[in-house]
Design a protein around this ligand. Structure first.
Ligand code: UT7
Length: 352
């Protein structure tokens, strides 16, 4: 038994924010952003009206409809995001409520793997379906970055990159050996955890520990067990990113993990019909494309329109590529992601 994608959908907010629009709040330029990232514009959700969950619900309804089922048929939810509506509970239960799946009391799992959240979550869903435990797993990646970015020159290295949106798939079992998820590979390296992170809220001791004294020994050195004390001391609630460190690791790990999944099924890069790389930076995607020697028509990028939507970027791109007729039945589709953690992974799917 395999898991196949039986339904897919995505949603991006209506509000378009151009690079020029961002110059109102920070010292940046359309030229810099396009040259370094390929991004021309991104979408921002409408404040107080949309959230990570409401966007996810729209994408999920599309995927559910395409799969020919109703929300009540969903028997498990997996939700990947780094920008949840609340610190806790996670968005999985909020999505369950938003979809009106209240009678069946199905399980909801939240995935915290940032840019590789969708690939990680998909592999979890794959295991549930392959083992016969669930028949309709809803896997969603959704982000509302615009609610948590630093809109000033200090935050420009990060703020210009991220955008909002959601993508969802329904996974169902199949006995057909010519379709479905073929293999996945997942990796992490926590030694660089602070290179791309939001530090607060967190118990690391930055700025928010309660001021109480129970008489036991304490240290005044916040974050001394962590790798980068200076950054932790700031107790920053906005994303911090060492862009160059991420870039350098990403261009190595993307091709490496793709080659690993290809080797799992005795295939080579030439067998890939469509590569959907996580939309981190167009330059990273182009580097991966060159390394694997893939022609333009075998790689799908939409970061130009949406920026980096982290956990949502792969399902949005997959959904758009499918809608545009760029993925057909029988195609070997390769998903690959790298991001905060660092975590990275790849999945190969025979499209159905
Ligand atoms: O999906 C999550 C994973 N994230 C990634 O994969 C991101 C990977 N990294 C990147 O995409 C790139 O490193 C960035 C696009 C984030 C940055 O590009 P870069 O070429 O590495 O630039 P940099 O950080 O080395 O900064 C170069 C200069 C600096 O100025 P100085 O020190 O040379 O005077 C920055 O202050 O560009 C400046 N800068 C900006 N200038 C205008 C940084 N951000 C901006 C900006 N506008 N938005």
């Amino acid at each position: 038994m395999r898991a196949k994608i039986a339904g897919i959908g995505h949603y991006v907010p209506e509000n378009v924010v151009t690079n020029e629009d961002l110059t109102k709040y920070m010292d940046t330029s359309d030229e810099w952003i396009q040259e370094r990232t390929g991004i021309k514009e991104r979408r921002y959700a409408t404040k107080h009206k949309e959230t990570t969950t409401t966007m996810a619900a729209i994408a999920a309804k599309k995927a559910i409809e395409m799969a020919g089922i109703s929300p009540e048929d969903v028997d498990f939810i997996i939700f990947a995001t780094l920008s949840p509506d609340y610190y806790f509970p996670g968005c999985g239960v909020l999505l369950q409520r938003a979809l009106g799946i209240t009678k069946t009391e199905i399980g909801a799992l939240d995935i915290r793997n940032q840019c590789s959240g969708f690939v990680y979550g998909l592999s979890v869903a794959d295991q549930f379906v392959k083992t016969g435990m669930y028949k309709n797993v809803l896997m969603v990646g959704s982000e509302m970055h615009s609610a948590g970015l630093e809109f000033n020159t200090q935050g420009r290295g990060v703020s210009v990159i991220f955008g909002d949106g959601a993508g969802a798939v329904i996974l169902q079992p199949t006995q057909d050996e010519n379709e479905g998820i073929l293999t996945s590979a997942l990796h992490s390296d926590g030694t660089s955890a602070e290179e791309l992170a939001v530090y607060s809220p967190g118990c690391h001791g930055g700025i928010h520990l309660p001021d109480v004294d129970f008489g036991f020994e304490e240290t005044d050195a916040p974050g001394e067990i962590f790798a980068n004390q200076t950054l932790l001391e700031k107790g920053h609630m906005y994303p911090h990113m060492n862009g160059q460190a991420v870039f350098k690791k990403a261009v190595v790990k993307f091709p490496e993990v793709i080659m690993e999944t290809l080797a799992n099924i005795n295939a080579s890069p030439a067998d890939i019909d469509m590569l959907i790389p996580h939309q981190a930076n167009l330059r990273i995607a182009q580097f991966v494309q060159r390394t694997l020697k893939l022609p333009n028509e075998k790689v799908f990028n939409n970061i130009q329109k949406y920026g980096n939507t982290t956990a949502a970027s792969i399902p949005i791109a997959l959904s758009e590529a499918y809608e545009a007729g760029k993925i057909k039945k029988g195609d070997l589709v390769c998903l690959a992601a790298f991001g905060s953690g660092f975590t990275w992974g790849s999945t190969l799917i025979r499209w159905s």
